[in-house]
Structure formats: C-alpha cells, structure tokens
Design a protein around this ligand. Structure first.
Ligand SMILES: [Zn+2]
Length: 380
C-alpha cells in the first residue's frame, strides 16, 4: 500500500483544526487537536511535542481510522483509582498528588488493525480426541486387599487434511511496535460496539499514529488468520485438541480497518524532577503507574525516629546518673537504653523501604516490570 502524505489528503481524512506532531524521544507521531496545550509528550513524558511537516517527515501511516472505541471509564471511578494510587505510594514525592494526576490526565487513542481477507488454502493437521481408560490398582493394608478404580484420560491423535476457501473478517493485527506491551500492561479492550470515526469523537483526545503500516503488520495478520483457521478445523472435526496445523494459503481482497482504543496518560515528577508515567485503561479505568518513593521524605522520617532515639538515650543517661544515688531507678535506665537502641535501629527502615521501591520495584511488582517493558519498547 502506498501512503499519500499530501496535506490535502490527511486533513481531508481526519478533519480540520488538527495538527500533526512528533516526539523525538519516543519517535511517535500524533494527531493533536489545535486547542490542546501539551507541555510534554503525553505518550512518554520525556520531550516536548513539535509540529512536523507531513511532506518532509513522512509518517509511516497517516490515514484517519475507520472505527473508534469511545472512552467509557467513569470520571469518578478514575478519580478514586488515582487517589488510591497516591495513598498506596510509600513516601510519595511532593508532586505525586491526586489533584496533579487528575489535572494532567490526557486521553489518547491507540491504533490497531482489523484485517479482512479471502483465503484459499490446503491444510493438514493432527486432531486429538479424548478417551478414558479404566484400570485397577490393588493395595494391601491391615484390612486386606483393596481394589481402587483409576480413570485416566488419554488423547487419540488422527491425521487430517483438507482444503479451505473462505473469507475471514476482523482478524486483529498490531499497528504499534509496542502493541503487546500495552496489552500486557492494561489488558484487552472490548471492541464489540465501535463507532465510525468522526472528528467530533476525538474531543480533547490525541491519537497515536501507527508505526506499523499494513505491509509491516501483515505477517501478524497472517498468524491471526491461521489461528482462526486452526480453530475452525478443530471445530469441524469435533476434536478436543489440534496440533501441527500447517497450511499453504493464497490470500486476496485484503481489507484493512484501523480501529482506535482509548487510554489515559498522566504523570508526576519524582525527587530528581524525572517525569514518571501513570496510564489508565479508557474503558475499565484500571491504572498502571510507575512507583517512585521520595528519598528526601524517607530521610526526614528516619531523622524523626533518630531524634526520638537520641531523646530516649539522653533520658536513660539521666536516669542512670540518678540510679547512682537511687538504685530503684536503674532498671528504668536499662530499659530506656534498650528502647533507644531498638528505636535507633528502626530509623534505617524508611530509607531501606524507599530505596527498595526505587531500585527493586521491577523484580517485586508485576506492574513495574510491565511498565519497564513498555518503556523499553517505546524508546527502542
Ligand atoms: Zn514521546
């Protein structure tokens, strides 16, 4: 497919009052409403978006989508989840507040492909049928021999081959390099009731343009078609299993539909002024955000505990001096010293906790690992 990047074409297909923007860090191209003021790339949070010339910069794919899945997460539940996110953050940096996350929420649409294609194929596979065998096990105990019935399920495999000639509809294929990482982070989207794309459906949302045009995404679409065919063959054979499905197919009349799905992006700045991203699913409102603890705050807590321990230590010292004259006080001095040492040791905990959140989060928290995978994919 050739891409026509003339100005007339892209504004005609998308609608007016939109700008074509680019982020140098994540290398993303975006369609942004002119009314939208963004100081940072809402997709990666690392650079300022710049307007680009579609003739010179030639995005991989610039056509408007055919279908759009609108935002359906309620503002209230989203707000609640943002508040929860902040509450659950140990030693939250000063910038991490529900108000900041909420006011910086940016709706973004992500693209993916739905492919229709006609396939004419010869296939072969092994289909498997479950059957049960019954055997007996004889056990001897004090009460004598006892027979135990054992049911075992086995699979009978049969080779099959045939031809297949049909049209497939809406086989999904990724339009973004980082497609898999997005799905792993936020989960799938309900796509049963799409709306046709209109400029009005964007409102304040920006749109990520595909970085995998149809030519590039075709191998994935083909895999998706093959998976559909595999399921059909299994169903036709009324088999419980299928393996080693091979087919040689000729495809024709491919039709590509671009569909947009909704997400939110927001951010906060950590102690070092680094932007940390928080993303949300546009339908379920489920959040996935980077967690960073403030070492400054943790040190303050540690200092408080340290001061408490020092105070207790001084008090115990005074009691010990008094105990020199009045021995009944001595046990109190001893307990005071022990409590001071105990409290002193716990003073390192805030720093240890903050340090482990910042440095070991990706090993202990699945969300942090998926966010790291997504960022690797975006910045590659
Ligand atoms: Zn970016």
């Amino acid at each position: 497919m050739t891409v026509d990047t003339s100005v007339e074409h892209w504004t005609k297909s998308w609608g007016s009052n939109l700008a074509l923007s680019h982020c140098q860090i994540c290398d993303g191209n975006f369609i942004v409403p002119l009314t939208l003021e963004t100081d940072l790339c809402p997709y990666c949070g690392r650079a300022v978006l710049t307007y680009i010339d579609e003739k010179e910069d030639k995005p991989a794919y610039i056509y408007a989508p055919e279908q759009i899945i609108p935002f359906s997460a309620s503002r209230d539940s989203l707000q609640q989840k943002l508040t929860q996110f902040v509450k659950k953050s140990w030693f939250a940096p000063a910038d991490l507040t529900p108000q900041n996350l909420s006011s910086r929420l940016q709706p973004i649409y992500l693209p993916f492909w739905l492919v229709d294609a006609s396939a004419e194929a010869r296939w072969q596979a092994e289909v498997g049928f479950d059957y049960q065998i019954v055997s007996h096990r004889e056990n001897y105990s004090d009460s004598g021999w006892q027979s135990e019935k054992i049911k075992e399920t086995k699979v009978r495999w049969e080779p099959r081959l045939g031809t297949l000639q049909r049209r497939y509809h809406n086989c999904p294929a990724p339009a973004l390099e980082e497609h898999v990482q997005w799905r792993q982070l936020l989960g799938n989207f309900r796509t049963e009731s799409p709306q046709p794309y209109q400029i009005e459906s964007l409102e304040a949302a920006m749109v990520r343009l595909p970085n995998r045009p149809p030519d590039d995404a075709w191998p994935d679409a083909e895999a998706s078609l093959k998976a559909a065919a595999t399921a059909e063959v299994q169903q036709a054979a009324k088999a419980d299993h299928i393996r080693q499905f091979r087919w040689s197919a000729a495809y024709s009349e491919q039709n590509w539909t671009q569909m947009l799905v909704p997400i939110f992006a927001t951010y906060y700045r950590d102690d070092d002024d680094v932007v940390r991203m928080v993303y949300a699913h546009g339908q379920t409102g489920e959040l996935a955000g980077q967690r960073r603890a403030s070492l400054k705050k943790a040190r303050r807590y540690a200092a408080f505990i340290g001061i408490g321990a020092a105070f207790l230590f001084t008090l115990s010292l005074i009691l010990a001096v008094i105990g020199f004259f009045e021995s009944a006080v001595l046990p109190w001095a001893g307990m005071g010293f022990m409590a001071a040492v105990g409290l002193g040791v716990t003073a390192v905990f805030p720093i240890l906790i903050a340090y482990s959140i910042n440095n070991f989060g990706i090993f202990t928290d699945a969300h942090q690992r998926r966010l790291a995978d997504l960022q690797d994919a975006i910045w590659e």
